[in-house]
Design a protein around this ligand. Structure first.
Ligand code: KIV
Length: 256
């Protein structure tokens, strides 16, 4: 088995020579430690925490305060894997706001920040990169845009959509992002983006031809049984284990 990523500086070598990056979300001290010990390449403090930890209907209710709290908890585990923290909804509406928000997440211990959008957020990406903060882009299906979009839809199905995605990807790449997440992008379009850009692509629901894959940890360990996207394979059934252990405990208390 090859070594997990040691630092963000190793990303170009992984783009050139593989193996693909294995990325998972972490929202707290314990899970960060366990995933790091398992050898994950990158930890993502994703704003998906709004849904799987806080029970919000989507990610637009996630605040900077929440992201800072969870980023600090993850970084307290002192993981070897670099930590990427999401800039939450409405925390990067202008380049100045984006930079200030990114700086706060870096002060909380993150090694890089991620934000959603392509050409639309280019000035924000440029401002953060110019300040020396590593940025991970995120294009394709954008959960923070659910209100405008109306539904979570696969991206790149039409010629125009595919062209727009390629333009977004190339613009982010030129702006100097260290990697970009491709979420729910048609496989052939994700493969074309991966070929064209110099940074690593990290796919989620975008087929195998990316430089890595990311999933929400709750989906991989079966800890959020009420919803799991079809592309995320559960490798454990933690929900069943929690229910079983809790029932055993309840029984033992009542039987005294
Ligand atoms: O918030 C998140 O967990 C993410 C991943 C799904 C890519 O952005």
């Amino acid at each position: 088995m090859s070594l997990p990523l040691q630092s963000l500086g190793d990303l170009p070598a992984r783009k050139r020579g593989g193996p693909p990056l294995a990325v998972l979300t972490a929202y707290d001290f314990g899970s960060a430690r366990l995933l790091d010990e398992a050898g994950v390449d990158l930890l993502l403090v994703g704003d998906s925490l709004g849904m799987v930890v806080h029970g919000l209907p989507d990610t637009t209710g996630v605040t900077m305060e929440m992201m800072l709290l969870h980023t600090r908890a993850v970084c307290r585990a002192q993981p070897r894997s670099p930590v990427i923290a999401d800039l939450p909804y409405a925390s990067y509406d202008s380049p100045a706001q984006a930079l200030a928000s990114a700086q706060s997440l870096m002060q909380a211990g993150a090694n890089a920040v991620k934000l959603e959008g392509g050409c639309r957020v280019l000035p924000q990406v440029q401002a953060i990169v110019a300040a020396g903060i590593p940025v991970c882009g995120h294009i394709g299906m954008l959960p923070q845009s659910i209100a405008e979009e109306g539904a979570y839809r696969r991206k790149g199905r039409t010629q125009d959509q595919a062209q727009a995605l390629l333009e977004d990807a190339e613009a982010l790449d030129r702006a100097g992002v260290m990697a970009m997440v491709l979420e729910s992008v048609v496989e052939s379009v994700a493969a074309e983006i991966t070929k064209r850009v110099s940074c690593c692509t990290i796919g989620i629901g975008s087929g195998p031809d990316n430089n890595g894959q990311v999933l929400v940890t709750h989906d991989v360990i079966g800890a959020f049984p009420w919803f799991r996207p079809p592309f995320a394979q559960a490798r454990a059934d933690c929900a069943a284990e929690i229910r079983r252990a809790a029932a055993a405990y309840i029984k033992s208390v009542r039987e005294v």
